[in-house]
Design a protein around this ligand. Structure first.
Ligand SMILES: [Zn+2]
Ligand SMILES: [Zn+2]
Length: 347
């Protein structure tokens, strides 16, 4: 066992505190990673506060992890000491079901093993990336190209792949009109990636307060959804709408913006069921879909795509002791656009 520095939530209501956690010994197929940066995802906050179900405390969260390999097991072939690598939202899966065999470990029929708060195959509870080191099976470790700034690479592992996967699956590209709903940590990555894929990108945000940023990230158009005229003006317009907003919104109003055979994909997770009007789907033969991160191969493809196109998240780097304040700011949408913890501050 390796005892390492970390920050953990002691309970659903307590502030995150500095602590020590244990990592398993490096097994034959494991990689030991010295973590450099860890992104703060909204899911981390939902999880530590028990909003998504029972949580085993104390818990260290974080599933946007970038660092360097410092040790490899005897049978490891994919990574070597010194490599710059990343870990995203999962650290294992069954590897036997149809979805795993298709390279879609994120949709493992037996459930993938989350990077934190999940029961690992050895029975222990997984602990996430707000920590100096992590031990992960080599198959769930990604190569992070050197051309991506190391601190900015972390949010690609969750926010990046969460947007890349539906944009690729529903063919965002030249000639396609894509709308991104919400301009937060997820949405701003959607704008950058969809624009790099060649799509005509529109941002649908509550207000125009981030319009300048949206256009700078590659959007051609920017509309305020608080203005009812937006929905009249954009009716029957889009091939693809990716909704990154977790809060409740009038989903039928957004569906009505789809043109023939258009699809609205939800990547935000509203807590309540959505009241979808089937008649809205009849018009224009519309589809409503969901998407959850991406498989390991697709996550690698996303990292390579971002490296080639020079795409990186907009980030604010913080020390470990600022995490509790950062959580409050995330909840107020007061971050442009992702917090990243400098893990050197935990050493
Ligand atoms: Zn996440
Ligand atoms: Zn599986």
């Amino acid at each position: 066992m390796l005892t390492v520095n970390a920050i953990a939530a002691p309970s659903a209501t307590g502030a995150l505190v500095r602590t020590k956690i244990e990592r398993r010994d490096v097994g034959p197929r494991d990689v030991l990673i010295e973590i450099r940066y860890a992104g703060i995802c909204h899911s981390d906050i939902h999880t530590v506060r028990g909003e998504w179900g029972e949580v085993p405390y104390p818990l260290t969260v974080g599933h946007e992890i970038v660092g360097q390999v410092t040790e490899v097991g005897a049978e490891v072939t994919k990574h070597a000491v010194g490599d710059r690598v990343g870990v995203g939202c999962m650290v294992n899966s069954c590897r036997e079901c149809d979805n795993c065999k298709a390279g879609l470990e994120n949709y493992c029929l037996k459930g993938n093993t989350g990077t934190y708060a999940a029961k690992d195959r050895d029975g222990t509870i997984t602990q996430g990336g707000y920590s100096t080191h992590v031990v992960v099976d080599e198959d769930f470790v990604l190569r992070v190209p050197e051309s991506i700034p190391v601190e900015a690479a972390a949010p690609l592992l969750c926010a990046g792949i969460t947007l890349y996967s539906p944009l690729a699956r529903w063919n965002a590209g030249p000639g396609k009109k894509v709308a991104i709903v919400g301009m937060g940590g997820l949405g701003h990555m959607g704008v950058k990636i969809a624009a790099a894929m060649g799509a005509e990108v529109t941002v649908l945000s509550q207000t125009l307060s981030k319009q300048e940023d949206g256009l700078r990230f590659g959007a051609q158009h920017y509309y305020a959804t608080s203005d009812p005229a937006t929905f009249e003006q954009l009716a029957n317009s889009f091939d693809l709408i990716v909704n990154t907003v977790s809060a409740e919104l009038d989903i039928n109003a957004y569906l009505s913006l789809l043109r023939l055979d258009g699809t609205l994909v939800n990547v935000g997770a509203p807590p309540q069921p959505l009241p979808i009007q089937v008649f809205t789907l009849f018009g224009n033969r519309r589809s409503f879909a969901g998407s959850s991160i991406g498989g390991i191969a697709e996550t690698q493809e996303m990292l390579d795509f971002c490296a080639e196109r020079g795409i990186a998240p907009e980030i604010e780097v913080i020390d470990a002791d600022a995490v509790n304040d950062a959580y409050e700011r995330v909840l107020k949408s007061d971050v442009r656009y992702r917090f990243v913890i400098d893990v050197d501050s935990l050493r």
